[in-house]
Design a protein around this ligand. Structure first.
Ligand code: SAH
Length: 400
């Protein structure tokens, strides 16, 4: 019989030849670096089996493993302590993926921002922020972001794809390879993307960042920042390591939050606050102050109440211009008095400085500048910027 198309059934649209969905691209990218895409324990197992099958001595494993994260190499050919034949076999069997540094910008205040080009053409950002003895690196967990928060530059580009675990932890690995001044002491997931919407890869990256055979950064020095994606928030709370949690709150009531953050429709503030109780550690509330939107006296009173209820400390952030047309930063004196008023109410509150204003360091800004300029950062945006970086430029630090 003649089958009529069922009313309402979707026509399968013709996709361009060679088209790969975001999850297919993610799988392709993960396969480019299989041994950096797993935890150190899993890497040890895979390499151990491989060495045994090749009839190599077990001792080789103790030489190879530190080259993944502790004393990384760009390619196995650089691991001179290994016999040449083994290096060649490693390069063929266990290739090491790299993020290509396309832009490196250094701010007057010492903040350094990277734009990395990924294997499938996507781009992500990381920012290294020196502060006394601390060197905090802010890393991305997704290329783009689906959350569309109204004040955020990354939100305007939508989600391109999730990052593979090796691309997430790899942002810190690349800094070690680039011989940036010293090893990062702290990592925050405050770059592009929502880490808890990419949980499997973020879960592996957290292990790599923290594990002594990985990058060896203390769990208390690693902060996951999230709007509060409830299912993965519960999984993060179950981790035994003492990772820190920052909740991007930005509004003390559901109504105000809804105006800024569409995710409020899906995961409501009272439920997110309730979910924080599963964390044994003290959480931080991130609160970007926007004039007339969330900085009024009634916002202050409501914020103090929920911060006390959650035992949270509050980070007050000046709105970074650039990501937020139509939104006005709260003036500096009001930020200071807002912080003081929270403290008077018994809430630990800190007014943060904006870092890297001169290098478009806010989340997503650098990639947007580059996309808009058709791949070129416009000349006037370069400022004190290094030339689009190759490896050679990366070892050079202006003023160093
Ligand atoms: N999706 C995660 C992590 C990425 S955003 C999260 O929302 O927490 C990292 C932090 O930068 C968040 O607190 C976010 O709200 C903040 N942020 C985004 N745009 C900003 C802007 N224009 N000015 C200041 N902070 C901003």
């Amino acid at each position: 019989m003649n089958a009529e198309p069922v009313a309402g059934s979707a026509q399968v649209s013709k996709l361009p030849e060679g088209y790969r969905t975001p999850s297919q691209r993610l799988a392709d990218v993960a396969a480019r670096s299989p041994i950096l895409n797993v935890t150190p324990a899993e890497a040890s197992r895979l390499l151990g089996e491989w060495l045994t099958a090749r009839g190599e001595s077990g001792y080789r494993l103790t030489q190879i493993l530190p080259r993944l994260w502790q004393r990384p190499v760009r390619a196995w050919s650089e691991a001179r302590e290994l016999p040449a034949a083994l290096r060649t076999a490693l390069d063929a069997e266990w290739p090491l993926g790299a993020l290509v540094p396309e832009v490196r910008r250094e701010s007057q205040d010492g903040t350094v921002k990277y734009l990395w080009r990924l294997a499938d053409g996507e781009a992500i950002e990381s920012v290294a922020i020196p502060e006394g003895a601390r060197r905090t690196v802010c890393i991305s967990s997704q290329a783009g972001c689906p959350l569309a928060c109204s004040f955020c530059a990354t939100g305007t580009m939508g989600l391109k794809r999730n990052l593979a675990a090796w691309e997430i932890a790899g942002q810190v690995r690349e800094l070690l390879l680039a011989a940036e001044p010293a090893k990062p002491t702290n990592v925050v997931f405050m770059g592009m993307g929502e880490p808890l919407l990419n949980w499997p890869a973020v879960a592996t990256a957290l292990t790599v960042l923290n594990h002594p055979e990985g990058l060896g950064i203390g769990a208390r020095h690693i902060t996951v920042s999230t709007v509060g994606i409830l299912p993965s928030l519960a999984l993060l709370a179950k981790r035994t390591e003492q990772f820190r949690l920052a909740l991007s709150l930005h509004a003390p009531t559901s109504a105000t939050r809804l105006a800024l953050m569409p995710i409020e429709k899906r995961y409501r503030l009272p439920d997110v606050l309730a979910a924080l109780k599963a964390f044994r550690r003290r959480v931080t509330f991130e609160y970007v102050l926007i004039e007339g939107v969330n900085d009024r006296d009634e916002d202050l009173a409501a914020l103090a109440k929920i911060a006390k209820g959650a035992g949270a400390m509050v980070n007050l952030l000046p709105l970074h211009p650039g990501g937020a047309p139509g939104l006005v930063p709260t003036p500096r004196p009001r930020i200071a008095s807002f912080a003081a008023a929270l403290r008077r109410r018994g809430v630990e509150a800190v007014a943060r400085k904006s870092r890297g204003l001169d290098i478009a360091a806010a989340c997503g800004q650098l990639r947007i500048l580059r996309d808009e300029a058709g791949g070129e950062v416009p000349a006037e945006a370069h400022g004190d910027v290094d030339e689009p970086a190759g490896v050679r430029e990366l070892t050079h630090r202006p003023g160093a």
